[in-house]
Design a protein around this ligand. Structure first.
Ligand code: PLP
Length: 434
């Protein structure tokens, strides 16, 4: 709760003088839910503390990276060791090789991987690679999926096939998005129509396998299979953006889950981020050899980065990857996350509220809707006022969920059953007020 001596309020005022909106990434500003963002003072395990000293159970975990919780002692030890060896060299290191080998061991769809510094950079590079490999320009993305803020991906839905795409951000020229086709997620009919009309011009289809940027919406198995079939048939590439789902929904990421249901399933290019850096700025993209060999310095597709494969980030990512590779890690995470979702569902039902939940590994979503949505327009049918009241009720009680109804939630291995149960108890109180 905010009051005159609230240091979050005074910090936010100061921040707004010198940083646009007071934040360095828009969702942190609480624009969707109203109120004052919490300025974090420190974090440990499943919790963080704001500058007022209030403790929160953290269900965003830096929007995904903190799968081990905050300040895991073994990760800290690796990072401290790396810091003493130097911050950045601009020359290759053994740890980059080790990390690439570790990623490829876990992800059989990739023969080679390149490390970059953000998911945006990885997604943008993957698109360029797909266009360079196929020699085509058009790309298909889905309404509600987010792949970072590269120009050609900031496109409004509803532009369809007939018209040119309209950019969703000022500063993006119409020319830059004219080759971006936006379709509804899980809509096989639209997909087939797009390929029937433009198949020979499409470089790639980029998708989130489980869309965490519209809260939590799974791609259906049929939809995923049809994308794989149509891209193959027409010589286009399938890009799986696993920045959020990668190493989080399962060790082998979402593609390992879909491969259980679609025989031989693999995407062509995979984009990774978030968990891969364990909280340090790192991301990656990878594919089979013939695609990756198109990349500079081997091939004609240019891509580079001063801080790519940063020694401290690779130390953090490598240790994180090792710890989450322990047998049973994701099963335990899935069970803990499931306990939270089942608890929330039970209490919402008891309060007579429409409510639906889904989760996979340490990623979850809940909706104030009677049934799980399958597309962005369905997600946006959620009553924003009810969500915002829930959000603030939980925040006041020390439980920090994502401050927007279209964002996913995250559980770490540091969360205990007791943490989850306390959150469910708080939710029981809040649901009664809605
Ligand atoms: C977060 C996210 C990105 C962008 O990553 P940044 O590191 O924020 O640039 C891209 N794709 C997906 C699916 C994401 O969740």
């Amino acid at each position: 709760m905010t009051h005159p001596t609230d240091s979050n309020v005074s910090l936010f005022e100061r921040a707004k003088q010198v940083i646009p909106g007071g934040v360095n990434s828009p969702v942190r500003a609480f624009a969707a839910v109203g109120g004052t963002p919490r300025f974090v003072e420190h974090a440990l395990g499943a919790y963080f503390w704001d500058t007022n000293g209030q403790q929160f159970t953290d269900y965003i975990g830096s929007w995904g990276p903190m799968i081990l919780g905050h300040g895991h002692p073994e990760v800290i030890a690796e990072v401290q060791k790396a810091v003493l060896e130097g911050f950045s060299y601009g020359a290759p290191t053994e740890r980059e090789v080790q990390l690439a080998e570790a990623i490829l061991r876990i992800m059989p769809s990739m023969d080679m991987v390149r490390l970059v510094s953000s998911g945006t950079e990885a997604g943008m590079s993957a698109l360029r690679l797909a266009r360079g490999f196929t020699g085509r320009n058009k790309i298909i993305k889905f309404n509600g999926c987010y792949h970072g803020h590269a120009d050609s991906l900031l496109v409004k839905a509803g532009s369809g096939l007939a018209t040119f795409g309209a950019s969703s951000s000022a500063g993006v020229p119409a020319d830059v998005v004219k080759d971006t086709i936006v379709l509804e997620y899980n809509d096989i009919g639209q997909l087939e129509e797009a390929f029937a009309k433009l198949g020979g011009e499409i470089a790639c289809v980029i998708m989130e396998p489980i869309a965490g940027n519209m809260n939590f919406v799974r791609a259906s198995v049929d939809f995923t299979r049809r994308i794989r079939e149509l891209t193959r048939e027409h010589g286009a590439l399938m890009i799986y953006d696993e920045v959020m789902t990668g190493f989080r929904v399962a060790l082998g990421s979402a593609q390992s889950l879909y491969a259980r249901q679609i025989a031989g399933f693999q995407p062509d290019i995979t984009v990774m981020g978030k968990v891969i850096g364990g909280g340090m700025p790192m991301a990656a993209f990878g594919a089979r050899r013939e695609i990756m060999e198109k990349l500079s310095p081997l091939g004609p597709v240019y891509q580079a980065g001063t801080l790519s494969g940063n020694p401290i980030a690779t130390a953090c990512g490598l240790k994180t990857l090792e710890l989450i590779s322990q047998p049973g890690f994701h099963d335990a995470l899935h069970a803990r996350t499931g306990r939270l979702m089942a608890g929330l569902k039970q209490e919402a039902d008891a309060a007579g509220l429409p409510f639906s939940v889904d989760h996979q590994g340490g990623l979850f979503g809940f909706f104030f809707l009677p049934e799980l949505p399958t597309s962005y327009p369905q997600v946006m049918k959620t009553d924003g006022k009810v969500f915002n009241k829930f959000f603030h009720g939980m925040l006041d009680r020390g439980h920090y969920f994502a401050p927007a109804l279209y964002e996913a939630g995250f559980v770490s291995s540091a969360h205990t059953d007791a943490d989850v149960d306390k959150t469910v108890e708080a939710a029981r109180e809040v649901f009664r007020t809605l």
